[in-house]
Design a protein around this ligand. Sequence first.
Ligand code: F0G
Length: 446
Amino acid sequence: MAERAKKPPRPWSHLGCIACDRVYPLTEIRYACDACGDLLEVRHDLDRLKGARGPAAWRALFAGRMSVAGVHRSGVWRYHELVLPDLPLDAIVTKPEGNTNLYRSAMLEEQSETAEVYIKHEGENPTLSFKDRGMTAGVSFARFLRVRAVACASTGDTSAALASYAAQVGGLRAVVVLPRDKVSVEQLSQPIASGCLTLSLPTDFDGCMRLLREVCGRLPLYLLNSVNPLRIEGQKSIGFEIVQQLAWQPPDWIVVPVGNAGNISAIGKGLFELATLGVIDRVPRLLGVQAAAADPLARAARRQFRERVRVAARDTSASAIRIGDPVSYDKAVAVVRRSGGDFESASEEEILDAKAQVDATGVYICPNSATAVAGFLKARAAGRIRKDERVVIVATAHGCKFSSTTIDYHRGRLAGVSSRLANRIVEIEADARAIERLLGEGDGKR
Ligand code: F0G
């Protein structure tokens, strides 16, 4: 008897429209729903995943992978079954990423009189931002689909991650589109260094995004912005790692800086999935924080989300979140509201003072991350976050990506900012006595 043709394995995941629920195969390259034009998300067969393992077995699986070599060591691919179960392990492009530290902040606990405050430092990823988590998923999927070229618009960090991961794949072309003079010099150096075609346009991020989406509709370029739902799946692992690091006891709040709103959507999506599987018993409230210069979601929250708000983004030291029309707006609103959370905004002064305070504890963060810290302090002062609660603030990139801003703050050279916490650089002669005099030790008493 002739052997029956082997049936392809039933996929674990597909794409679904967040508005009209129309579904598409995961391997179809698309960034919007054909029927209604809205955003797509990856939907996993959660019933099947639930049937595959119980909560304790999931926790044991993830714990066991902490010490293994290979792909599963990554802080993203440790959760492979919940990220992209249909993606074969041998297609994965990893550095590895994730496994970032969760720092307890005694300073923030004291200052805000809050029981427990942690900083999850995503700046400790290989390209110094959280974007590596989404990019390992996106570039791996690009390789799996055998696409020839990948592209993104970026305020800096996505382009750094895309360029660096694409450089690991032979024959994969990478293109990034950046708003001219609105990206830090350190960020700009990263895609150039990785050999990526780096386009600088005289517009803002929202303009870059619009143009690139148009081009991707006409050329065979695989778009790796967070409008690509595959990226969101890798990004979810920030939330997974946070709860695993806290021995699966979810914090009361997770505070996230928000720009294009992909990250907060991802963290929320992942945690709701983890709760469905019984791995955690509740989902933390999400607080999304924007710079006051680019705060459509915080404005919408103040109006109870009655209408979609778009703003023309103004200049801010938190340039990575200088976005007036976030692509993942609807996803973020839905997940933040479902979590019982909120949105907040912070002024330039609040952002840069918060940065100086956290930096001075030896945890060096960027202004975008500091926006979340400032938002936390405001929400705590207003009593929205309570004294007895446990809070995790996500620092999304490393301070070294914004060293000019740091130095300008400490030199008191940032317009409109008082630099009240400046640690001034002391310029003295190249002379031992001068140093001794300065240190008050030149009187021979040592
Ligand atoms: N923090 C940093 C350091 C970022 O680079 C970004 C976004 C965010 C926060 C906000 O995350 O967009 O998911 O809400 N940077 C994107 C980029 C836009 O192009 O690098 P989001």
